[in-house]
Structure formats: structure tokens, C-alpha cells
Design a protein around this ligand. Sequence first.
Ligand code: UD1
Length: 364
Amino acid sequence: MKIICVAGARPNFMKIAPLMAAFKARPPIEPFLVHTGQHYDEKMSDLFFRQLGIPTPDVNLGVGSGSHAVQTAQVMTLFEPVVLEHKPAAVLVVGDVNSTIACGLVAVKLGVKLIHVEAGLRSFDKAMPEEINRLLTDAISDMLFCTEHSGVENLEHEGVPKEKIFLVGNVMIDTLLANRDKAEKSPILDDLKLKSGSYGVLTLHRPSNVDDPVALGRLLDAIEVVQKDIPIIFPIHPRTRKNLSQSALGKRLDSMTNLRLIDPAGYLDFLKLTANACVVLTDSGGIQEETTILKVPCLTMRESTERPITAELGSNRVVGTDPQAIIAAWRDIQSGKMRPPQIPPMWDGKAAQRIAEILAEKLA
Ligand code: UD1
């Protein structure tokens, strides 16, 4: 029962890692790993494979960067012959990146069953490329695995038959829990001369936040204030670095002496950094989930979240992009105004095992 598992971009790697391990341990499932090459830098890709013990991909399509159309088309063109050659029982895609929809489309058009892990999440903001990828992938999937109840409700509302939907928990959290002890040994706090609980972490890479200098400048207005209170560590995404270097904003960062830019961090260093931070400011999806498990206050600088459970139960607050709102939320954290966070149901480190059991039974 060969299942082609697809990973393309950084947030896919922590999702595919526990699935590969669970599939290998669950005959007759035979996992076959395809890396599309959407992310290719050592620090955006290979480092994650090594740290998370992900097997070397059976195939790397090596597509690299490009416009949405070019990248998606390249993945499709190169993935089709792989599916034709290996005749899998199913193709499994994770998350919401361009590689997800591209490989999904190839699979269904060849009549191969499509499995989507992390299905049903909706920001209801179609200006986000990820929202389009999520909607389209779910519309063509045969088996849809959800991380939280909102995912199930969204899919049912869109008319997906109940028997295709499975609430199984969160594979990204499987990886976090499996690597927590290892991450504690990371020397990153010593290297950066940081004390646990005394600094913040910042990540920014959403096109809506970083491609427009005005939008990015507004976020920096807020960061400028927060970094006067605590050091802020900013592992910077290549997209954001490129945009900063091409605008006058790069110079503005130089005047923020407590904002410390570092290269994209590996998984273990980043986990250690977030686990010990007093606040995380982000526009990422996955980091909202990771801070929820870690019970670290997270300020999500976006107008919406596709992961509402992190704000309903967890330590996440969706603050938007208005500088005054971000600063006010930071003041609340400083003064200890937070309700005690809770862990969402089934975020227990066993999601990949549940998926493997269901697939072994249903695909047989
Ligand atoms: C992609 C995903 C996004 C995810 C993010 C995580 C889509 C539509 N977007 O966005 O959902 O949250 O990954 O990082 O799939 N680059 C490098 N080295 C790399 C990869 C990219 O320098 O290894 C640079 C290139 O200049 C590239 C740019 O980053 O043009 C953007 O990369 P791309 O894969 O298009 O999108 P991301 O912004 O990374």
C-alpha cells in the first residue's frame, strides 16, 4: 500500500516527519517521500530533515522559487510522471502551500485517492494564497484529517460528506512534543546571551505584511515600542529579508538596538527560543499552535486566524495590524492580564498514529 507523501516548504517538514515514522511502523503502508523543492536553502529545508530525522526524499523535484503560476505549474509538471511511475494507493499532502494544491490536483486527475492532513482550516480571507490552496485542496480530497473542531464544521458546511472527515489532532504538535527534550539542550539562549522569560520572539513573512512597505512599516512602529521594553529576537525569513533590503525600512531597523535579526533558525533552536520567550509576535499559522502547547503568550499580527482554537482555548490573541492595538496587547501581557490557557483536544502527540490506523483500515 504505497502512499506518496509530499513535502515542499518549511512548515510542511514538521508535519510530514511524524507521518513518515508512523507509516513506516504500520504495514502494509509503504511511505514514499517526494520533496518538491519549493524551499531549498539549507536553513529552510535540509536542516529540518536532519533535526527531525525525516528520511532522505525518494524524489526531489527541485522546483525552487517562482511566481505562484510558475511554481505551481512546475510542481505539477514534475510530479505527474512520479505518480504515473509509482502507481500509489494514495497521495498525501499536508498544510496549505503551493506544493499542496499542485500535487493534489495531479493526483486526482490521475484517479489516485487524495489525502489532506490539516484539512478544513479557514481564515475566510481569500486574499491569502494559503486560503485558496486550502479551499481547493479540500474540495478535491477523498480523506480529510482535521486538527481542530472548526475544521470539521467548515468542511461539513461546504458539503463534504461526514464519512470523509476525521478529527485526529495535530501532527505538528506530535513533532513538538517528540522534540521538546532535545530542544531544551539547544545552546541558543547562551549563544544569544538571553535569560529565559526575559525576551520576545518575532516572525514575519506573510505577503500581506511584508510585501508592502507601508504595511511592514506599521508593524515596525509597534515593534519599535516593544523592543524598548525587552530584547526581541527576529529570525528573518528570506522573503522578508529581501523586502527589507529593497526598501528604506532596512535602515530603520538599524536604529532599533534591542531588535536582533538572526538567520532562519533550525527547528530545535526555534523551539527552545519560543518555549522560553515571554511573548511571541508573529504572522505565522503554525506558531499560533506551537505557542498554544507551550502556553507562551502569542500576539498574531493578522486580521484573522484559520486556527481559532488557539485563541479560544490557547495563549493566542489575534491582534490585527494596527500598531496601537499591538502595543496595547503587549501592555496586557506585561501586566499579567491573561486567562489561563488550555490545550486543545487530541493535541497529545498521537495524531500521526491515528492517521496511520485509519488509512491502514480504509485503504485496505
Ligand atoms: C511559503 C508558503 C507559505 C508558508 C511559507 C513558510 C505558499 C503560497 N506560501 O511562503 O504558506 O507559510 O512558505 O516559509 O506556498 N526563498 C529563499 N530560500 C528558500 C525559499 C524561498 O530564499 O529556501 C525566497 C525566494 O526569494 C522566494 C521567496 O523566499 O521567492 C518566497 O518563497 P515562496 O516559497 O514563494 O513563499 P514563502 O513566502 O516562503
